[in-house]
Design a protein around this ligand. Structure first.
Ligand code: AMP
Length: 556
């Protein structure tokens, strides 16, 4: 297929914000594609070159893109920067630059999907001396043959800024529509494989029966099942409606441990392979797991080596990012793993087995290494009093709360399910002032989409940043906030704006963390706007002291 055909679809996608129309556009091209083109189309529609389970990144910086554009067009760096500043996007700049070039050189051959896809796939494989030069020549090769519009989309694909609104939901529905299969089967397959290219090919070649047969593969991470939130013991017990499994909710990092013979790999919930950083989990797993092949799930918790109490997640997260002195950091922040599920055992997927059976198989498959690699503590009960005592004990030990799990429920990867609840004390919300904002993207490009929050500093009467919030607001509220904030803009920095501190929002969050980046010294984890507080002014906003006090409270 010609790349130009995909670009026609890109153009149509960018001109509509309706999900149904987007689905039709993607489905139509998928349907008309040959077998070989299916994977490439599924990837390129999402602006991807590699599937989600694959961590390979293109790693091309804006500066390399600019250099390449200079090379092929002869336009100067300052001119390119001027154009991209005007358009705010290097893709648009590339189009304009290629239009200029077109007047002198006619492009030679028309690009195929394969030309684009294979050239981009080669980029990360190039390393060593002269690699920048070689990468640039792969990109130049493409841009030299591209029409200006193709160049725009190639540039955006390379810089991962395609943003055509083809998210997971659209991809799922498009594949279902193109090949006449149930969207739920496409979703299940994708949650297991994390590769729309593979799922599209399977749906095309084998239809629903092929999708149904799809199973787990040890070594390929799958999306974890997610819990719903419940407030208070009363509701939690009522939500479970009888006897259920209650487990300590450990505050750490969810890990998926894959074991195939002697090979062990550890993945995060975002499917990143962290086996190197958590070599100690690999060692513990290899000593303790008796099953030959399996996929286990658990929570890795950082532990204070002196007090043995759990450390805040933030400490543990230092280990996730660490690339050097890994062993040293592992002594500073040792981990324990609390196992709570098993998804695969010796050739058999356990996704459809009830939780109580999975827990039994989990216990059979592991010989715990003391408390370092053990099972999540569990209470099977429907008695409120007992559950309440368990909850209080969990909190007093420094854990986050409890998880409640239906004993009969299956494991549905990637879904937030009504048979697993999390119960933890609600943090008090904060009233904060909006001190800046960032314009939205795609459908929301004409509204401000995320907001910079400030707490009051009583000494200076200034507002200092404690975080950024983008969730909790309906479209209607985003519009309203944009209207209110526009006249308050004091500085326009193209994609972001500074605003006069006037508007107060009530913000809920999961945790307050120490932050070296924000001036307040604190940051909110998972903030969400609960309400726009028209009734409050900036003088009523919470102070940095209150944030600090809540931070201390939460540590206790
Ligand atoms: P949250 O991150 O607040 O949505 O809560 C769900 C998370 O709690 C899961 O993704 C796990 O990482 C974590 N967790 C801690 N202990 C358990 C447990 N016993 N069972 C399931 N998840 C747990």
């Amino acid at each position: 297929m010609k790349y130009g055909k995909l670009v026609d679809s890109y153009r149509k996608l960018s001109s509509t914000s309706k999900k149904l129309e987007k689905t039709s556009i993607v489905a139509k091209l998928l349907k008309s594609a040959s077998d070989e083109d299916t994977v490439m189309l599924a990837m390129l529609f999402q602006g991807r070159i590699f599937p989600e389970w694959d961590e390979t990144e293109l790693g091309v910086a804006d500066s390399i893109m600019i250099k390449t554009l200079i090379r092929i067009s002869g336009v100067s760096e300052s001119e390119i920067k001027l154009i991209s500043r005007k358009t705010g996007d290097l893709g648009d700049a590339a189009e304009k630059i290629l239009e200029k070039r077109k007047q002198t050189t006619l492009h030679k051959k028309s690009l195929s999907l394969d030309d684009v896809y294979s050239n981009l796939q080669k980029i990360p494989t190039i390393g060593g001396v002269g690699s920048v030069e070689k990468r640039m020549s792969l990109i130049s090769e493409l841009l030299s043959s591209a029409t200006p519009e193709e160049g725009k989309y190639i540039t955006r694909t390379i810089l991962q800024t395609l943003r055509l609104g083809v998210g997971e939901g659209t991809m799922r529905d498009s594949i279902a529509k193109a090949y006449g299969v149930e969207p739920s089967l496409v979703e299940r397959a994708h949650n297991i494989r994390n590769d729309f290219g593979e799922v599209a090919t399977l749906a095309r070649e084998q239809g629903e029966s092929g999708l149904k047969k799809l199973s787990l593969e040890v070594g390929r991470p799958l999306k974890p099942m997610l819990a719903k939130k419940t407030e208070g013991i009363e509701n939690a017990v009522a939500d479970m409606g009888g006897i259920a499994a209650w487990e300590i909710k450990y505050d750490g990092m969810r890990v998926q441990i894959h074991k195939k013979g002697s090979e062990i790999r550890v993945f995060t919930r975002r499917l990143d392979d962290v086996s190197k950083q958590f070599y100690d989990i690999v060692e513990l797993a290899s000593e303790s797991i008796s099953a030959k092949d399996c996929i286990l799930e658990g929570e890795a918790v950082g532990v204070d080596p002196n007090t043995r109490r759990p450390l805040p997640f933030q400490q543990l997260s230092r280990r996730i990012k660490r690339k050097y002195d890994i062993e040293e950091l592992s002594r500073e922040i040792p981990v324990t793993v609390n196992l709570f599920d098993i998804l695969y055992l010796d050739g058999k997927s356990l996704l459809d087995s009830p939780f109580e059976e999975r827990r039994k198989l989990l216990v059979k498959s592991v010989n715990p290494s003391g408390s370092k690699f053990a099972f999540a503590e569990q209470l099977i009960s429907g008695e409120k009093k007992k559950i309440k005592r368990f909850y209080e004990r969990a909190l007093s030990m420094g854990h986050e709360g409890l998880m409640a799990k239906n004993l009969k429920a299956k494991y549905t990867p990637g879904s937030r399910v009504k048979h697993m609840y999390k119960l933890k004390p609600e943090m008090e919300s904060l009233d904060l002032v909006i001190i800046g904002a960032i314009w939205g993207e795609g459908r929301r490009a004409s509204w401000l989409g995320s907001f910079i929050l400030g707490a009051r500093d009583p000494d200076t009467s200034e507002f200092v940043e404690v975080g950024k919030v983008a969730t909790g607001l309906t479209d209607e509220n985003l519009k309203k906030l944009t209207e209110i904030l526009k006249p308050l803009i004091t500085k326009d920095n193209v994609s972001t704006v500074d605003v006069r501190p006037k508007i107060v929002v009530e913000v809920g969050y999961e945790e307050i963390q120490k932050s070296p980046t924000y001036r307040s010294g604190f940051a909110l984890r998972f903030p969400r706007v609960k309400e726009i507080r028209d009734d409050k002014g900036p003088e009523d906003a919470d102070s940095v002291e209150r944030v600090a006090r809540l931070y201390e409270l939460q540590r206790k």
